[in-house]
Write a protein that binds this ligand. Structure first.
Ligand code: ADP
Ligand code: MG
Length: 250
């Protein structure tokens, strides 16, 4: 459904992405996983249409979107820093993008997203009065009301921890499944990627280290980088995650 072909991007003399190919099916959750500076956000912004690529193609439902504007692509993003308007209420933030897009969502749909994200009690609060997890939910609601054809999230869990992190993670998963929404999540955390996604694209210094299911990555890492970045970290830190996917422990 979404197909990236040979995407490359360079900033001055620094190659940030080199020949990225990727196929994503409708309704899938795909993580872009890699260390800081590996090119994940750049790739997400290229898919969104915010950043131009130097070469390559983006196809969606067999249409070439490479030269289509961000607005006309119809994908929407939850930015890493939330990018909410601090002087507006939660509700005003949620509906902000709809002001020139009447009829995009029905009242019932809007209500459904608000309830799904548990935001009813917070609607009249200013952004400064919300916790990190609540801000993240407002930010997700604001993106969902735009009825994105693909939902893009940049490090949605990195500012959260503990129970809140787990709860946002589950909400993102249920949104993708409930609304059959194709979802691409950027993360630098192997544990997040392994527990949230149908497929994981591992990026190292702008190139693809491996693309596969969590099981494939755990059981058949394609190279040294995957082995050390993913497996050793997990094996040492979180034996339980390793157990979840490893055939050795099945
Ligand atoms: P990640 O999200 O994986 O941490 P990024 O995609 O943000 O990585 O960045 C990849 C590389 O591209 C980094 O070296 C970063 O400094 C560089 N980069 C990103 N955006 C720009 C830009 N607008 N101008 C110059 N270099 C950039
Ligand atoms: Mg980034």
């Amino acid at each position: 459904m979404l197909r990236l072909q040979n995407i490359s991007k360079q900033y001055e003399d620094k190659v940030v992405l080199e020949n990225i190919n990727l196929d994503i099916q409708a309704g899938e959750i795909v993580s872009l996983l890699g260390p800081s500076g590996s090119g994940k956000s750049t790739l997400l912004h290229i898919i969104l249409g915010l950043t131009t690529m130097d070469s390559g193609k983006i196809l969606f439902a067999n249409k070439d979107l490479s030269d289509v504007s961000m607005k006309d692509r119809g994908f929407n993003i939850v930015f890493q820093d939330y990018a909410l308007f601090p002087n507006l209420t939660a509700y005003e933030n949620i509906v902000y993008g709809l002001r020139n897009r009447k009829g995009l969502v029905t009242k019932e749909e809007l209500q459904e997203y608000i309830e799904f994200l548990g935001l009813e009690p917070h609607l009249t609060k200013k952004i400064g009065e919300l916790s990190g997890g609540q801000k993240q939910r407002v930010s997700i609601a604001r993106t969902l009301v735009m009825k994105p054809k693909i939902l893009l999230l940049d490090e949605p869990l990195s500012a959260l921890d503990g129970v809140i992190k787990e709860s946002i993670k589950q909400r993102i998963q249920s949104i993708a499944k409930e609304f059959n929404l194709t979802t691409i999540i950027v993360t630098h955390d192997p544990e997040e990627a392994l527990t949230m996604s149908d497929k994981i694209l591992i990026i190292n210094e702008g190139t693809i280290a491996q693309y596969g299911t969590p099981q494939q990555i755990i059981n058949q890492p394609s190279n040294e980088f995957v082995e050390s970045f993913i497996l050793k970290q997990l094996h040492i830190k979180r034996q339980n995650i390793y157990d979840l996917f490893s055939e050795k422990y099945a």
